[in-house]
Structures are given as C-alpha cells and as structure tokens.
Ligand binder design. Sequence first.
Ligand code: BYC
Length: 333
Amino acid sequence: MTSPRVPHPIRSALGAGNNASPTPEEEQFNALIEADSRIEPRDWMPDGYRKTLIRQISQHANSEIIGMQPESNWITRAPSLKRKAVLIAKVQDEAGHGLYLYSAAQTLGISREEMTDQLIAGKARYSSIFNYETPTWADMGSVGWLVDGAAICNQVPLCRASYGPYGRAMVRICKEESFHQRQGFEILLELMNGTPAQRAMAQESVNRWYWPALMMFGPPDDDSPNSAQSTAWKIKRFSNDELRQRFVNMLVPQAAVLGLTLPDPDLKWNDETGMYDLGEIDWTEFHEILAGRGPANGRRLQRRREAHEDGRWVRDAAAAYSRKQTQEMAVAS
Ligand code: BYC
C-alpha cells in the first residue's frame, strides 16, 4: 500500500514544467495552504483547485441525495413505529447534508440548477454504494453500520479540508453520520439477539454490503488520478487505501461484538504492520458501477428525475412567492 506522491501546491497548480514565478495571488494562496489555514470564497484560487472542489463537493452532494433512495424504500415497511420515525429522520438528515453541500459548491461559482441538470442527465457521479438494492430490513442495519461507518471514516478528515465552506459543512454532517452509524449498529444488534432467521438475515445482508462499503473509499492509491493533487491542496488528508484500512481496523472489533463474520477469508491480523491484512477487492464490479451498469443505476436516476418533476410546482411556487416579496419590499421602501 503506497501513499500518493504529493506535489507542491502551486507548482502543480501551474502545470508541470511551468517555471514562471508565482503571482502575488498565487503566493498568497500557497501560503494559506502551507500554513494549514482556510481558503474562503473571497480568496483567489487556482482554477484547478476550484474545479476539483466543484467536482468532489457536487459528487458528494449528489451521493447524499441519491443515497436517500435505498433507505426510503423501507420507510413504509419499517417493523415498528419507532423504527419508522428513526428512518424518516435519517433520510431527512441525508437531504439536509445534500443541501449544505450544494450550497458549499455554489460558493465556487456553479449554480444549483447546473448541478441538478448534470445529475439528472446522468453526467455527474455519485457514490457507487447507492447502486445496490436494499431487499431486507437488515439492509437498514448494514447501510447504517457499514455505509455510514465508511462515510464517517472518509469524512472526519474532510472537516479539515482546506476550503472553508466544505470543511464547515462536514463538521455538522459528521455529527449526524455518527448517530446514523449507531442506529445501524443497533438494528443489527437487535437482529443478532433475535431468532436464528433474524441472525441469518443480518449475516446475509452484511455479506452483501461489506465489499461495496470498502469500494466507497475509491480506487487503490496507485489507480487514483486525483489523489496526489487533492492531497497537495489539503482537500484530502489521507489516501483512499489509508482510510479503507482504518475502516476495517475499526470494523473488526465491532463485528465481534455483534457476532457477525466479515465475509473476507483473507482478513487477518498482521503483527508486523499492526493492522489487518485484507483480501482482494473486485475492482471490476466497481468499474462496472461507475460505467452505469450496477444493479440499480438506471432506477436510481429514473427516480431522481421523477422526483425533480414532481417537485417542479414547489420550486415554481417558492420562486413566485419570492418575486412577490421583492415587489412588496420595493413598494414599501
Ligand atoms: N463512487 O482519483 P480518485 C453518505 C471516482 S454519502 C463513485 O480516487 P478522488 C450517505 C472519482 O470521483 C457519502 N465514484 O478520486 C448518504 C473519480 O472520478 P472523476 C459520499 C468514485 O475524488 C446517504 C475516479 O473515481 N461521500 O455517506 O480523489 C445515506 C477516480 O477516483 C468513487 C463522499 O462523496 C465511488 N465510491 O477520491 C447514507 C466523500 N470513488 O471525478 C450515507 C467525498 C472514486 O475523476 N469524496 N470515484 O470522474 C471523496 O472523499 C473523494 O471524492 C473519493 C474519491 C474518496 C470518493
């Protein structure tokens, strides 16, 4: 496992082989990054930095919004009123995360409409994990424990991302994700304390979600084209493989408490590295999903398009109300 090579923030922003001396704005940007300070929307930033952030933050926002679907599938069928209320609150939290993140991306000069259009046209990415189905109630436990667990591992370091609005959005999101992970753990714990059929349902679900959750961290470091530059700009603080490893190290003791087996026969403690060795991930499956050929890709986008159309009257009404307010204020002043 190798960490990505970290280029100098400005030299790489200017492009390889560019020997021109940095402008005062570039020097200022560079100094802020090196001092671990924050870049704010008012600050000058290299075009590549802006584009990288728009790419990552909008993908992240899209993931939160598409990520509502696998769980909303169970709202009408949750096994008790308490479970239904918790699930509704969780899905609503994901909508909120999407909104904070779209707002953070908007500070970089892209509009909400552009991001939505890219998503519904199938031109924008969202996390691979949300292209899997949730056929059993235990999947609500696995999504919380594994998917939100992976999200926390990935997102806690993003609270220190060099771009202020992104880092600040992540602080609140991470607090809510911790609650989400615990509710998933608790669903699985209850199933594991239940009947043999409930225990089997929990194990079968974890078997399906474990490997896709590991893929959430992105491709291996030596196949991650964006990592080196994002690390130099202090958007990413740890590599994809480092975070994946951290996640598995955290999962193993929790799986033992739950009485669940992680479905990796090669998973074993390594005394020399002080970490768990992991089995091979099937990257073909990951690339198939990224190419739009996952189990639920088509349906997720179709549902998003329908929801966008269903919500048109709300957007129109809000815009009309806002116009009316502006006119009334103009008349009053
Ligand atoms: N899925 O160079 P790399 C949640 C793409 S939502 C799809 O390593 P980077 C939740 C990558 O975009 C949590 N695509 O990229 C919500 C790039 O493609 P492009 C979502 C992936 O950006 C509801 C290419 O592969 N979390 O928790 O340096 C309910 C090469 O990758 C994936 C975030 O979005 C993937 N898994 O690193 C429950 C976290 N992985 O753009 C829960 C924020 C990679 O060059 N994002 N790709 O065409 C990140 O931290 C980084 O963007 C990643 C990838 C680590 C994901």
